[in-house]
Ligand binder design. Sequence first.
Ligand code: NAP
Length: 290
Amino acid sequence: MIEKITIIGMGLIGSSIARNVHQNKFAKEIVAADISEEVCQKVIALGISDYVTDDLARSVEEADLVILCVPVGAIDSVMSTIAPSLKEGAVLSDVGSVKGAVVESVTKHLPEHVDFVPAHPIAGTEFSGPEAGFAELFNGRWCIITPLPETSIKAVEVVTKMWEGCGSMVEIMGPRHHDLVLGITSHLPHLIAYTIVGTANDLEDDLKSEVIKFSASGFRDFTRIASSDPTMWRDVFLNNKEAVLEVLQRFTEDLTALQRAIRKGDGDYLYDKFHDTRAIRKAIIDQGQA
Ligand code: NAP
């Protein structure tokens, strides 16, 4: 058990961590911080922390563990606000969906006496805000930790224990590798969903109303993904440019090959591709990640 944990950004992820820490008593004191007065009021009403404040600098004073749960694009400004107030020996972590850019933003402001342990829970929903959070969100899900060469083993252990206490399994990898893997498994699918639903949105009014009325499960599934938070996803694409552009290039080439097979009536090619991809779905189910 640690003495004091501060969670900055009390939306879906931050409030889910607070609920967990509150339930499993990982910390004696939980401080919740958010710039939004409205969010702070909601967190007070939910009763998932010991103290709620919109004063970010004060929130981290004397905290043993500080977790940044704000959109990736807000990390730089949050760090410039809190850095002078972080106590000696504090452990700082985050939950950002991108790691390379977050490491750059944080290390720019990081005091020498603070250990930074970048982390990303591979768990989430399309909903935002403190009411959207729930304690079971991280159950059985992976959390990727991307320590820096100078991060102490002790700090990695603190963050690992916190995530294991939340029900997650922890894996360690480098930040750039994380960004490439997530570029394929998460960022590209969101970009495709935003594109498909955007194409439907641009249709003439009568055709659009029929698309909504007769939406088959394929389109419905894409609309769920494409209803994800616009701020969060804008920041992901702006901060994982290199990896996203790389996987997008590969995707475009594969799409062109399918387009050619359809034009040429190459059923064998289409069948083989669709057959092979089933194995991926099966592997995800077998590993309990469906
Ligand atoms: P969210 O529900 O929108 O919560 C973000 C919270 O941070 C909001 O309360 C927001 O307040 C607050 N905030 C924004 N700027 C701030 C600032 N400068 N200082 C303090 N608070 C600030 O978002 P989320 O889904 O929890 O995402 C948070 C982080 O988790 C992101 O970095 C995201 O990449 C990562 N993540 C998300 C998921 C997912 O599926 N959603 C999964 C894994 C990781 P306002 O509402 O007033 O803006």
